[in-house]
Ligand binder design. Sequence first.
Ligand SMILES: Nc1ncnc2c1ncn2[C@@H]1O[C@H](COP(=O)(O)OP(=O)(O)OP(=O)(O)O)[C@@H](O)[C@H]1O
Length: 313
Amino acid sequence: VEPISLGLALAGVLTGYISYPRLYCLFTECCSQKRSLSREALQKDLDSKLFGQHLAKKVILNAVSGFISNPKSKKPLTLSLHGWTGTGKNFVSKIIAEHIYEGGLNSDYVHLFVATLHFPHAGNIVQYKDQLQLWIRGNVSACARSIFIFDEMDKMHAGLIDAIKPFLDYYDLIDGVSYQKAIFIFLSNAGAERITDVALDFWRSGKQREEIKLKDMEQALSVSVFNNKNSGFWHSSLIDRNLIDYFVPFLPLEYKHLKMCIRVEMKSRGHEVDEDIVTKVAEEMTFFPKEERVFSDKGCKTVYTKLDYYYDD
Ligand SMILES: Nc1ncnc2c1ncn2[C@@H]1O[C@H](COP(=O)(O)OP(=O)(O)OP(=O)(O)O)[C@@H](O)[C@H]1O
């Protein structure tokens, strides 16, 4: 084949390749890969995998699927997930990421910041602010549907998070970049006491936890997080200016939820569910308050290591 025809053929293939993004995306990860997130699939996943969190399930399902299917979002989606340790905040973030990008948390378009790892020194806050703004601007320029997850918000220096305020606001463009398709998820333990108080009141009055309504939590949560010096949001303009779309409460987990987590883990390790072991592992966990022993101290977090004791592999 003569070089000119070969060149033309190659150019044809390449332009064809580029003008067929779907074909291209078969071979490599693409920004906004799953253009139409399936609400049904997300619901199914949340229903089958996330235990004891009826409020979080509902809010997240509606917020995420509504946002993704809205072509005219006026601001990025901002979710603030709050609750006791080991109750599923990171777990849900992973599920959300997986429903938007096949690679989930490993996707190039999903960015996880951990306060103690990425912003450890209070003295460097000015530098962190600049870096954070540059990082977010760069990534959103490359892919509008970028996801940013901030873990350990309660350990983040108060004030740092205000650096991203302009990106979360109702602007069409900032320096030529639109942030309206991005998703910001903040995770923290701040407000967990407040959530626990409400859950405990319901338990003590003999009501089902599923009867707890979002309105029983949301307002109290945003105020307590705003006023909590250790929340990372302390007097933050994000709350002040109503830039957080949803405060999502994660309820403390009970004995029966721990058992559900243990069964899942057994199955994922390829074992038959052995109810004796499930009970033994669940009973090794510690519960609070001391007298009533209703909620797991560590949620589902350490059940997996406890399970290792019963299996050699
Ligand atoms: N509500 C839940 N339903 C099912 N599994 C759960 C739930 N909560 C926690 N788990 C399991 O426990 C593991 C640890 O939970 P996760 O990391 O999501 O907790 P967290 O709320 O983010 O805790 P922390 O505040 O300490 O970061 C998860 O990977 C998941 O396997």
